[in-house]
Design a protein around this ligand. Structure first.
Ligand SMILES: Nc1ncnc2c1ncn2[C@@H]1O[C@H](COP(=O)(O)OP(=O)(O)OP(=O)(O)O)[C@@H](O)[C@H]1O
Ligand SMILES: [Mg+2]
Length: 413
């Protein structure tokens, strides 16, 4: 039994190493599968089928090789133990013979040794299984024990009243330490102000919102809402006071009503339908006659880009939060639908601190104040008239937009 421990431990170590490779190759295989299923249209459009088939074949080959490696070591255990047992039995025979052991004693000893064989084999099998599971556990722990980049405060603070006043104090931020995306942002937005963020693509508009919602923490400086640093607030409480329509809205598998109700889970059917009316969801669901029970597939499958955006807007109408954030919320809508929804957005925004990010200037005409961002800095801050007079970048963005609006046949802003 003692000698058998040596191959059991040796094979166990080999099994752990192989099981790690099996786990990681299985992970790669699943992500390749998921990527292929979710982007099948783009794969066809760019004729990537052969390339993806090759990639999948590579991944599956790696997985099979790793699995065969693990099975080889696993299968080696039984013959190894049998080999050790046979040597032990032969040694017993030899020693017994040399010491003149009688037949009865020898039969008893051989039976005892034979009885030991099965448990030792099982012990080896259990050890192998444990090492395989250990490799899986290592991967799970890696995820579960990953440090939280935006940790929950130990003693969360709440503002005395949620009014929606926002303050950025000398904020610097970068997704990577050495490449800054926000540089020295210093501004105060009083409660109820409607602020538009404009600027070229990649200027940092969505990043500004990411910091306000505390999806990331600032590298230096602070972001405060109603006088309290967002890092000192409970994340759940902060986000429950922000209605966010993100640049890339996500819809879930379920009915249109379920998807709108995400804005406020306890909302009544009538409230859901009112939100749907305000964001012009009703105009497309009534076409099919299914109404709000119309089913949406995974990731919004079955709806157009503009229709998804309207469902996502309806959530914000339902949420009734003091801070409203619209990140390119109407970018996929046609001019007519946008104008229709615009009036409702103006009504929703009144009395709330509102951030509107839009490349179309028609969307930001309701703003009390416009911030012009460029390469992570606020390069101009003021009303439309002030910026037209003082900011060359704003004038340039505005004039280009005017030309696009005229080409699209819409009303100039
Ligand atoms: N998750 C991320 N990791 C690393 N870099 C990022 C990430 N998100 C954005 N960036 C970078 O940060 C910069 C600002 O991006 P941001 O999304 O804030 O731009 P934006 O002004 O919203 O642009 P757009 O008008 O195209 O939406 C860009 O240079 C971008 O490449
Ligand atoms: Mg953006």
């Amino acid at each position: 039994v003692g000698v058998c421990v040596i191959p059991i431990r040796y094979i166990g170590r080999k099994m752990l190493a192989r099981a790690r490779v099996v786990q990681s190759s299985q992970g790669d295989l699943s992500s390749t599968l998921q990527e292929n299923f979710s982007s099948q249209r783009d794969i066809r459009a760019f004729e990537l089928e052969q390339q993806q088939i090759r990639l999948f074949r590579d991944r599956i080959r790696r997985y099979i090789q790793a699995s065969i490696g693990a099975v080889r070591w696993q299968s080696l255990l039984t013959p190894l133990i049998e080999f050790v047992s046979a040597i032990a039995m032969a040694a017993t025979l030899l020693v017994g013979n040399m010491n003149g052991m009688n037949m009865g004693d020898f039969a008893a000893l051989a039976t005892a040794m034979y009885l030991c064989y099965e448990p030792v084999k099982k012990l080896g099998a259990v050890h192998n299984k444990a090492e395989t599971l250990n490799a899986g556990l290592e991967r799970i722990n890696h995820v579960l024990n990953a440090p939280d980049d935006v940790p929950e405060p130990e003693n969360p603070r709440s503002p005395a009243a949620w009014k929606g006043e926002v303050e950025f104090r000398n904020v610097c931020f970068g997704y990577q330490q050495d490449s800054p995306v926000m540089r020295n942002i210093d501004l105060r937005i009083p409660s109820g102000q409607v602020v538009a963020l404009v600027g070229p693509s990649g200027a940092g508009k969505t990043t500004f919102i990411n910091l306000l919602c505390r999806f990331y923490d600032v590298l230096s400086g602070s972001v405060k809402v109603d006088g309290i640093d967002v890092r000192e607030m409970s994340k759940k409480e902060l986000l429950s006071h922000i209605a966010l329509v993100s640049q890339y809205p996500v819809l879930f598998r379920g009915s249109v009503a379920d998807n709108i109700r995400i804005g406020r889970p306890d909302a009544s059917d009538a409230e859901v339908e009112e939100a749907g009316r305000m964001s012009a969801v009703d105009s497309f669901i009534n076409e099919t006659g299914e109404g709000y029970s119309r089913m949406i597939g995974e990731m919004g499958e079955g709806l157009s880009g503009g229709q998804r955006q309207r469902v996502s807007l309806a959530r914000a109408f339902l949420k009734n939060a003091p801070i409203l954030v619209l990140d390119e919320a109407t970018a996929s809508l046609d001019m007519k639908s946008e104008e229709q929804i615009q009036k409702e957005i103006e009504r929703l925004a009144s009395g709330r601190t509102t951030f509107i990010i839009a490349h179309r200037f028609s969307t930001i005409r309701m703003a009390d104040r416009i911030l012009v961002l460029e390469k992570g800095r606020v390069v101009a801050d003021g009303t439309h008239e002030e910026l037209m007079a003082s900011s060359p970048l704003y004038r340039e963005l505005y004039n280009k937009q005017q030309m696009v609006a005229e080409e699209e046949g819409g009303a100039p802003c």
